[in-house]
Design a protein around this ligand. Structure first.
Ligand SMILES: NC(=O)c1ccc[n+]([C@@H]2O[C@H](COP(=O)([O-])OP(=O)(O)OC[C@H]3O[C@@H](n4cnc5c(N)ncnc54)[C@H](O)[C@@H]3O)[C@@H](O)[C@H]2O)c1
Ligand SMILES: O=C(O)C(=O)C[C@]1(C(=O)O)C=C[C@@H](O)C=C1
Length: 365
């Protein structure tokens, strides 16, 4: 049987994560890749993720059954005319861009629609680059597919199966639906996070007290303000109508909130917070979906140098990988507690056992 060949143009955070997931679940597939930075390709070959490092406009992409365009949207579009000359008739061409309208229009203009299924894994990070990619980034995340109107059901079936096989959840939308929905749940939050951080920067005094004491709440809502400015500039320029429309709605709600504060409207304020809490709590943290299940445990530690390192070393000696570790202070853990996140339940349970054996006080939530 012929080997399935998958090509990547752009091997950064998302391209690298998809390639790593494909390597994990389909070790027999052949993976080719081109990336502007040659070192990245060499790392990926060294890691055993990529079999063949390609040059720009490499004719070896003609071998591919599926090609993932994972560079910037403008470069992905720039690649289309030469890809049109070389791809097999059965090749599935897809991208991972956060906005879908522009590439769909380019595909239609070049009559490449029979090969194109837009794609967008609803997972990511504020970090960029292959070095931050992981084989589990898109696990349990929705992976939106926006098939062109001319693509055959056989191709949609193959792509959907691939997405499922690497642990993501395919969801089919039109590209118009995609661009409206993501404007509200992804693009607007990035605009709001950036504005909020810039606001605090502007309001802070030269002694920077605001910056110093900004705690959990501010950090939770603004993590994404550390994302790539170039990527978010591009996204806002590619999806302006939808972002502007949801921004209008958002501004209306902010004006309403100001009115409630100015009026000392206790009942209105309570309703605003209770409505949002009810809806936010209905977004499950434990089922599959864009908000991933958290495998965390909380541990009391003595406030002394090296206390965190001791725990990290203990877990590492027992081959337990830590996803994240840090002290948190909240109402529940007034005094502060060490929160350790793991990639899966097995690691969480083993860590609780190992720490328990050494008399650490563990809280599981
Ligand atoms: N970062 C996220 O959270 C996220 C999530 C889902 C989708 N996306 C989308 O995925 C795409 C890639 O984002 P990313 O986060 O992986 O970015 P990234 O910067 O980590 O990766 C982009 C890769 O493309 C390469 N590249 C850029 N220009 C190139 C060119 N001219 N020629 C060849 N290679 C080039 C870069 O070297 C880099 O390796 C974007 O379109 C973005 O909208 C991002
Ligand atoms: O988790 C993050 O850092 C992200 O911003 C990921 C995120 C998002 O949820 O908005 C960002 C852009 C994508 O296109 C998809 C996912």
């Amino acid at each position: 049987m012929e080997t399935t060949t998958i090509g990547f143009i752009g091997l950064g955070l998302i391209g690298g994560s998809i390639a790593k997931a494909i390597r994990k679940f389909h070790p027999e597939y052949q993976i080719l890749a081109y990336n502007r930075t040659r070192d990245t390709l060499e790392d990926a070959v060294f890691d055993g993720i990529v079999d063949i490092a390609c040059d720009e406009q490499d004719s070896k992409f003609a071998l591919c059954d599926i090609i993932f365009l994972c560079a910037t949207v403008d470069y992905n579009i720039e690649c289309l005319p030469w890809l049109k000359q070389i791809i097999r008739p059965g090749c599935i061409l897809t991208d991972v861009g956060s906005v879908k309208g522009e590439i769909h229009k380019a595909i239609t203009a070049l009559s490449m629609a029979p090969n194109f299924i837009g794609g967008h894994p609803m997972a990511g990070s504020e970090k960029t680059g292959y070095e931050h990619s992981t084989d589990h980034l898109i696990e349990n995340a929705y992976y939106i597919l926006t098939p062109s109107e001319e693509v055959g059901l056989d191709k949609i079936g193959v792509y959907t199966e691939l997405v499922t096989s690497i642990g993501a959840l395919p969801m089919i939308l039109t590209y118009e639906e995609h661009d409206y929905i993501t404007a509200a749940v992804s693009h607007l939050p990035h605009v709001v996070a950036a504005a909020l951080v810039n606001l605090v920067h502007k309001l802070d005094s030269p002694s920077e007290h605001m910056k110093a004491i900004a705690a959990g709440g501010f950090k939770d809502i603004t993590r994404i303000a550390s994302s790539s400015p170039y990527m978010w500039q591009q996204i806002c320029m590619e999806n302006p109508e939808n972002i502007s429309q949801v921004l209008d709605e958002f501004i209306r709600l902010i004006v309403q909130a100001k009115y409630l504060v100015d009026q000392h409207d206790g009942e209105g304020l309570f309703r605003m917070f209770s409505d949002s809490r009810e809806y936010r709590d209905s977004i499950s943290d434990t089922s599959s979906g864009p908000i991933k299940k958290e495998y965390a445990l909380y541990c009391d530690i003595i406030d002394e140098t090296g206390a965190i390192a001791t725990i990290a070393t203990l877990l590492s000696m027992n081959n337990i990988s830590i996803k994240n570790i840090g002290i948190i202070h909240n109402r529940e853990f007034d005094e502060g507690v060490l929160k350790i996140d793991f990639y899966d339940q097995t690691a969480q349970k083993e860590a609780a056992e190992q720490l328990g054996k050494r008399n650490y006080i563990i809280y599981e939530r």
